[in-house]
Design a protein around this ligand. Structure first.
Ligand SMILES: *Cc1c(COP(=O)(O)O)cnc(C)c1O
Length: 400
């Protein structure tokens, strides 16, 4: 093994493309590049058939029908389409319901979509979460009423990995006659998801979080009873008029293969990944016993660890290690200080702040994402490197 091979433990930001996915995509770049809407010729029809087969595989992963799957550019677009599309369609129909309920720990694209709708006369309600990161169901029950149009709550949090009680949330939404959308970008392939069981009307997922390609995703839109959306884009009317634009057949074939593999292997992955996580945490705790796990310890996906590194007391003051300094001292370990989309910001994670974690502690926190291709050697080396980096960061912080 080369000494400075980067160790990738950032599988919440994105996952590598599974080699089998890449192999499935190849012919659709090289041999048949036809537009899947060009059904007048043989190559176009073959591309269309490949797209439809992929759509079936995506549907099967979540217990849906193929015609309930709208293909998009990713979970950001799916979330925008679900939230803005549902709200705008309801408003066009003269609907009275204006409230949209979500959680403070949602992905930015959900929070911003909900907040954008305030300017269109909707009433966004962003609920706090419990200190373990889970939704407070009593609070949700009080908030979701007959004025509520939509409840949008994620399946799995991208920073702290907690799994929300989706079936209970679905029941609360349905009891009030509201629509239920879930952002399942981090849940698909990692936990079992069945749209009927969850009573979900709308569900978003992304290719590059399930070992598929970037730039492709899907939105499940329930047909019975039918959920209607206003499209975001004007154009050729593809995807039942909900998402105009030429379908990228190679990316869709990749998404389909990734979904097929996730359905077969997702739960096998989960057991192995949980083993790697326990191995990593045991190795780290042997060096740093006080490292603290954020988010509920049980209701979480196996690959996620969100860890606050401890400070040291020095002359009545606590000196905290800085997560940036830890990462700088372990340059071959690819982890993150928060979600990839906001880690360029100086602000500490709003997700951790929503759990009641102090700004200083949030700045001493790293997110570790173990995945399908993480080896035991990876976790051993990463744990040793991060423990050494923590000591260095503390020493740097302690210098006057
Ligand atoms: C990655 C992610 C998104 C965005 O997905 P893209 O396909 O990159 O647009 C949305 N929500 C969650 C929870 C995510 O983890």
């Amino acid at each position: 093994m080369r000494p400075n091979r980067p160790i990738y433990l950032d599988n919440h930001a994105t996952t590598p493309v599974d080699p089998r996915v890449l192999a499935a995509m190849r012919p659709w770049w090289e041999e048949n590049f036809a537009n899947p809407h060009s059904v007048e010729h043989v190559l176009g029809r073959a591309a269309e058939a490949a797209v439809e087969q992929a759509r079936e595989a995506v549907a099967a992963l979540i217990g849906a029908e193929a015609r309930e799957i709208i293909l998009t550019s990713g979970a950001t677009e799916s979330n925008n389409l679900a939230i803005k599309g549902a709200a705008r369609f309801a408003a066009q129909q003269g609907g009275e319901r204006r409230r949209i309920v979500t959680l403070a720990t949602e992905h930015k694209c959900v929070l911003e979509s909900v907040r954008d709708l305030a300017a269109e006369g909707f009433e966004p309600v962003v609920l706090p979460v419990r200190p373990d990161g889970l939704a407070d169901l009593d609070r949700l029950r009080e908030t979701v009423d007959d004025r509520t149009l939509l409840v949008t709550i994620m399946a799995v949090n991208n920073e702290i990995g907690v799994v929300q009680p989706l079936a209970e949330i679905g029941t609360i939404a349905k009891a009030a006659g509201a629509l239920f959308h879930t952002d399942a970008a981090q849940g698909a392939g990692r936990i079992p998801l069945d749209v009927a069981e969850l009573q979900a009307d709308l569900l978003s997922l992304s290719g590059h979080k399930i070992y598929g390609p970037k730039g492709i995703g899907a939105l499940y839109v329930r047909r019975r009873p039918r959920v209607r959306l206003a499209p975001l884009f004007s154009g050729g009317g593809q995807e039942r008029g909900l998402r105009s634009g030429t379908l990228p057949a190679p990316l869709i074939v990749g998404l389909g293969e990734a979904a097929r593999l996730a359905a077969i292997e997702g739960m096998l992955d989960a057991g192995r990944i949980a083993g790697q996580r326990d191995r990593f945490l045991a190795a780290l705790r042997a060096e740093i016993p006080e490292v603290r796990l954020n988010g509920d310890a049980e209701r979480r996906v196996p690959g996620n660890l969100n860890l606050t590194f401890p400070g040291i007391a020095r002359q009545g003051e606590t000196i905290w290690p800085d997560a940036q300094a830890i990462m700088a001292a372990a340059p071959d370990v690819c982890v993150s200080t928060g979600s990839a989309c906001s880690s360029a910001e100086v602000e500490p994670s709003y997700v951790l702040r929503a759990l009641g974690i102090s700004e200083r502690e949030a700045r001493a926190t790293l997110r570790i994402g173990i995945g399908r291709f993480t080896s035991p050697a990876d976790v051993d080396q990463a744990a040793a490197a991060l423990a050494a980096a923590w000591r260095q960061a503390l020493a740097a912080g302690a210098r006057p």
